[in-house]
Design a protein. Sequence first.
Length: 249
Amino acid sequence: MSDAPTPREVLGISGVGKNFGAVRALRDIDLSVQSGEIVALLGDNGAGKSTLMNIICGSNTPDEGEIRVSGQPMSGLADAKRLGVGVVYQDLALAPHLSLTENLFLGNELRRGPWLDRKRMHAAARAAIEQLGISTLRDVRLPVGSLSGGQRQVLAVARAMKWASDLILLDEPTAALGPKQVGIVLDSIRVAASHGLGVILVSHDIPNVLKLADRIVVLRHGTIIADLKPEGLSVSDVMTVMVGDEVAA
């Protein structure tokens, strides 16, 4: 008998729409993401991916519809933080002159009286990185500016995992990385999902999306036009859906 926890809905989107003036950026978006599930959002430029991600992370609000995180309504950044939504932006939002630990705890520092509890933060930083199974980030006191691109991406994933309780969003997590670094980042995303987090990622790296994702959701002109399982799909199949012709069921 399996001891795996029963999946639960960590994100529910119902009837979401968003306008920017006369431009209909999103319309009638319905989407559900389960705990431990990796969902890739794909679409051509202008399809609505960024708008939807911004709404999910709370930095933008829909004009209509509802967002729920673990069953609770979410309507802004404060709700997103309270409900445990973590985000890894494409620019990573890391401070290069600060250490791994300082970046991991930036804005969430641990204190002992009036002083920073650096010993406890260093220990927690090591534990967060070890949780991802990454052996290349051994010294949590190193400045982030000394890390490779892949190591910085993994640190950003570790930070999102530490402060997220239900859901993490990733924007182009493998962009501009070499093959070895891509492999490390993909492994870190799989670990995040294995710990019960729902994962949503936006990526143009379709070959790796096919290896990583449990589902592929395709947006076109602000509407979800396909929700696919990656098994048996080729890059050509996905591209065909993105630009205008759905894959036969």
